[in-house]
Design a protein around this ligand. Structure first.
Ligand SMILES: *Cc1c(COP(=O)(O)O)cnc(C)c1O
Length: 378
């Protein structure tokens, strides 16, 4: 099945009880059993719920994986992966990581004796040097947030396999429409479903996908034991969102390219970060592992000044000033004071998150209106 057909049909069958073409919202906590141990596959909605189950199958199909598991947020999904580790284990992670992942690693899991090493994953040899026999997980994010760096998933997978560590890829920015990490050797794919998969800025959710039986049973055990599950209503909303994922992503990519090129030609702008540019440092890797370049763009100003950056954020009319990304509407944000404020300034600037850096999530509006809005605000 091709991607656009899978987005609409995969994992989703008409409801067996009624024939409803849309998966019903099974808003129930429990399921009546005919006799002890004699049930229809569902016992209690923390363990599994029919609406969530269909969504998990749909997400697994989109990533060409065998198993999907949905969580109350992207962070809850990451939390579940980290709970597979033991005290003394080490994790190698990218240094321009999503701020919330960084906070989870440093302020929650470090306390339990897990050690984190944040390095520039664009440089394969740095990762090779950093792994050792205590390394149990390589946590990659690509493209990264907010510097839109690209990490070579295949290379990370080779390094992980050499030391028997798991490779988990946060595929939130690319979505399965643009990139399938499992096919490039990742063991687990993670999504903040909140973003492009949901696509309509109305749900907070996370997901993990894997093809490995043993990893899947660990994930389901943690999902049920820790209990950070998603609701039937939210599962329904995401099932609805996924039906247009391919259409939305196509437009996000088209609009993204036009906005990136416009910004690059603007006299006030210093640099534009978008993997579709031939001179993007990892353009060749992006071409190898992605089917398009997405709608996430960051840029810095020639006057590297926070006040000037904040003025632009204030002047935009159509771009909404907000955290998050991946919805149909265009958003604008200032990583240094918003999404990445928890990262110390020195560490932040080392990986390029300067005071004038502005991040755009280019939506699916008419691009002429988006360009006009950026033009007037600049
Ligand atoms: C938003 C985001 C997360 C966290 O997901 P939530 O749904 O907000 O918990 C993780 N990784 C990336 C890349 C994100 O953009």
């Amino acid at each position: 099945m091709k991607f656009g057909t899978k987005a609409i049909h995969a994992g989703v069958d008409p409801d067996s009880a009624t024939g409803a073409i849309m998966t019903p919202i099974y808003q129930t906590s429990t399921f009546v059993q005919d006799g002890v141990g004699n049930h229809k596959g569902y016992k209690y909605s923390r363990t599994q719920n029919p609406t969530r189950h269909v969504l998990e199958k749909s997400l697994a199909a989109l990533e060409n994986g065998k198993y999907g598991a949905c969580f109350a947020s992207g962070i809850a999904a990451i939390d579940a992966v980290l709970k597979m580790l033991n005290p003394g284990d080490e994790v190698i992670s990218t240094n321009d990581l999503y701020g919330g992942s960084y906070r989870l690693f440093r302020t929650i899991f470090e306390k339990y004796g897990i050690k984190f090493n944040f390095i520039d994953m664009r440089n394969e040899s740095l990762v090779r040097e950093a792994v050792n026999d205590r390394t149990k997980l390589i946590w990659a994010e690509t493209p990264t947030n907010p510097m839109i760096n690209v990490v070579d998933i295949k290379a990370m997978s080779t390094i992980a396999k050499n030391v028997n560590a798991l490779l988990c890829v946060d595929n939130t920015f690319a979505t399965p429409y643009l990139q399938n990490p499992l096919e490039l050797g990742a063991d687990i794919v993670m999504h903040s479903v909140t973003k492009y998969l949901g696509g309509h800025s109305d749900v907070v959710m996370g997901a993990l996908i894997t093809s490995n039986d043993q990893i899947a049973s660990e994930i389901y055990r943690i999902q049920n034991s820790s209990g950070a599950i998603t609701s039937p209503m939210d599962s329904f909303l995401v099932l609805r969102g996924i039906k247009t994922l391919h259409l939305r992503m196509q437009r996000h990519c088209e609009n993204g390219e036009k906005v990136a090129r416009f910004l690059r030609s603007h006299p006030r702008i210093e640099r534009v970060f978008w993997p579709g540019f031939e001179d993007h440092p990892n353009h060749d890797i992006a071409c190898k592992q992605m089917r398009g370049f997405g709608g996430m763009i960051s840029f810095s100003l020639k006057e590297n000044d926070k006040v000037r950056a904040l003025e632009i954020l204030k002047k935009v009319k159509l771009f909404a000033l907000a955290e998050s990304l991946g919805g149909v509407e265009s958003l604008i944000g200032h990583p240094a004071t918003m999404t990445h404020a928890t990262i110390p300034k020195k560490d932040r600037e080392e990986c390029g998150i300067v005071d004038s850096l502005i991040r755009l999530s280019v939506g699916v509006e008419d691009v002429r209106d988006l360009l006009a809005d950026l033009d007037q605000s600049l």
